[in-house]
Design a protein around this ligand. Structure first.
Ligand SMILES: [Mg+2]
Length: 182
């Protein structure tokens, strides 16, 4: 099977490190973190300084490394399909390179990395790359992908949504689902 997997908040704990670095930046700037994130200019200034650090130091989610390894050893292909892009801040000019470096450092092997894919673009990418199933934590992506005819699992380890089908809350559940539906 060819499996597409979102990166931020699916493979890695992006929200957690963003909150951590935002707090640090807010303290440095003597500001309120919410005032930074709610203001486009301040938010961009924050990410200009911290995005490279965030992408290089974000932690992997529980069980993700082992499950990805097992899925691949059973002959599945793994494609990272992410909204990350190279033109958001000057410190991240080659988002594929930086993502590859992080994957290497965390011993995650994949068959491809596709960037700048969000919403309809992500759904189109799934079609173009013949993705059999996509795993994503964003309900908007989920909706777009499903309605364009690609299977999708909504990854929700913080249990924020109440979808009944195609809904997983851990990497071990992802593994079980894929094994059952081969
Ligand atoms: Mg995500």
């Amino acid at each position: 099977m060819r499996i597409g997997i979102d990166l931020d908040d699916t493979i890695c704990q992006t929200t957690e490190i963003v909150q951590n670095r935002l707090k640090r930046y807010a303290t440095e700037e003597k500001m309120n973190p919410l005032d930074i994130i709610n203001d486009d200019f301040l938010k961009h200034s924050f990410f200009s300084i911290y995005l490279e650090d965030i992408y290089l130091n974000v932690d992997v989610k529980k069980d993700a490394i082992n499950v990805l390894k097992r899925l691949r050893s059973r002959g599945n292909e793994i494609y990272v399909v992410t909204a990350r892009r190279s033109d958001y801040v000057p410190s991240v000019t080659d988002v594929i390179k930086i993502t590859e470096r992080w994957l290497n450092e965390n011993n995650i092997e994949v068959d491809g990395i596709i960037t700048a894919a969000y919403g309809e673009t992500k759904a189109d990418v799934c079609k173009r790359y013949n993705i059999d199933i996509m795993i994503d934590d964003d309900p908007y992506n989920y909706k777009k992908i499903v309605s364009s005819g690609t299977k999708c699992l909504l990854f929700d380890d913080k249990e924020r949504y109440d979808l009944k089908n195609n809904y997983v809350t851990s990497w071990l559940e992802i593994e079980k689902y894929i094994e059952r539906n081969r």
